[in-house]
Design a protein around this ligand. Structure first.
Ligand SMILES: [Fe+2]
Length: 388
């Protein structure tokens, strides 16, 4: 029934020249002129449902999972989240041309779904993802974050999605939400999908859903006080800390300072050449396109309790209070553990996972939706790209 409704939105309107939006009571999708209407088709939800549900409550190496308020399993995708789109190529268009059409489609459709999964692009490899990145008509965003990742293609601006230990579950987050220079869109590309039952989903969650579930007192306090983010990045990777060279992907201190300043950081180097960063950011921001106020921060993902849950830090002493990163209220006071736990549990309660397939491209509105990674076993390879 729902598939029929979605198909109906796709019919060509003969007198219509450019892209526009139609609405239905179920899922509304853009209707395009003839040039695009034969390229995109709805992907049935069943194509995205995983065979096995990944466990959340009690999961090892997932921050906060021992709490009784945690959902037991990761949720299933809905009809529009992520919005699955099958890409057809009846005219044998190039990958770059198809990518440009996908971006046009995403721009029109973000107001209906902040995460769109394109399946069927003629792309499988890291080289193909470089072509995709090159065809995306937005400015590339620099990284310089707390994640462990490497450049795949410096010219194209593509990265590995994450090199954190596979069994660690990366919390839901808005990419670089602690930066004034955050990316508006995140692109994830699947080179090797995880096997059934091995975890490795990319959980996604709408910030609007989370806002509606959070304790209003917590929202009010964070909105008033803002959030302070601190980072410590030694000059060489040691004791499992990520070095500033790896984090910013350069050995040039001046380049690091430029990126860190663009992010809004106060910067301090010590006599060993170690780097300390600090900045205060609001917990909510207006959406750059709609102006709507969104929860947009890394209060949990930047909290030092994440580090405690990391397998690589199990046996690592934290000397002199130098956590790799930590979040506080904007006045520098500690955020209560129960507040962090509440936000984590409610975030995961809103999250859904879906089945990846090699060649899939997920486009995320980074202000409206969060993403993460379920810990996994076996092979899995994802690449990432960020733009304004
Ligand atoms: Fe991320």
């Amino acid at each position: 029934m729902i598939a029929r409704v979605v198909s109906a939105t796709w019919r060509l309107s003969s007198h219509f020249k450019g892209p526009r939006l139609r609405t239905t009571s179920h899922v509304s999708l853009p209707t395009f002129g003839r040039s695009l209407s034969n390229v995109f088709e709805p992907l049935p939800k069943q194509e995205l449902v995983t065979k096995f549900k990944s466990r959340l409550r009690g999961r090892q190496f997932l921050p906060g999972s021992s709490g009784s308020d945690f959902p037991e399993f990761l949720g299933e995708p809905t009809d529009s989240f992520p919005l699955g789109i099958a890409v057809k190529n009846p005219n044998g268009s190039s990958l770059a041309d198809l990518t440009a059409k996908c971006m046009e489609f995403a721009e029109e459709t973000f107001s209906r779904s902040p995460a769109i999964l394109f399946r069927g692009l003629p792309a499988k490899s890291a080289e193909d993802f470089s072509v995709i990145a090159g065809a995306i008509p937005y400015k590339t965003a620099a990284y310089g974050g707390i994640g462990h990742r490497s450049q795949v293609d410096k010219a194209a601006g593509t990265y590995t999605a994450s090199e954190r230990p596979p069994n660690y579950t990366i919390e839901l987050h808005n990419e670089l939400a602690y930066s004034e220079n955050f990316p508006s869109k995140v692109y994830l590309f699947c080179v090797k999908e995880p096997a059934d039952g091995c975890g490795g989903e990319t959980p996604i969650m709408k910030n609007n859903d989370l806002q509606s579930r959070l304790d209003p007192d917590i929202i009010r306090k964070l909105d008033e006080k803002h959030i302070k983010y601190e980072r410590y990045m030694p000059s060489t990777r040691h004791r499992n800390y990520i070095s500033w060279q790896d984090g910013f992907m350069t050995n040039d201190r001046k380049e690091v300072e430029d990126i860190a300043k663009q992010q809004g950081n106060d910067i301090h180097w010590d006599e060993n050449g170690d780097l300390y960063l600090s900045l205060i950011r609001p917990a909510f921001i207006p959406h750059p396109v709609t102006g709507e106020k969104y929860w947009f921060n890394l209060v949990t993902g930047h909290h030092n309790s994440c580090v405690d849950s990391m397998p690589t830090f199990n046996d690592t002493d934290i000397l002199d209070g130098k956590w790799p990163y930590h979040s506080y209220y904007g006045d520098g006071s500690e955020i209560e553990p129960q507040v962090i736990q509440h936000i984590r549990a409610q975030s995961w309660a809103c999250a859904v996972g879906f089945k990846w397939k090699c060649g899939d491209l997920l486009v995320i509105d980074n202000v409206a939706a969060q993403h993460g990674r379920i810990g996994f076993s076996g092979e899995r390879k994802m690449l990432a790209y960020l733009t304004a």
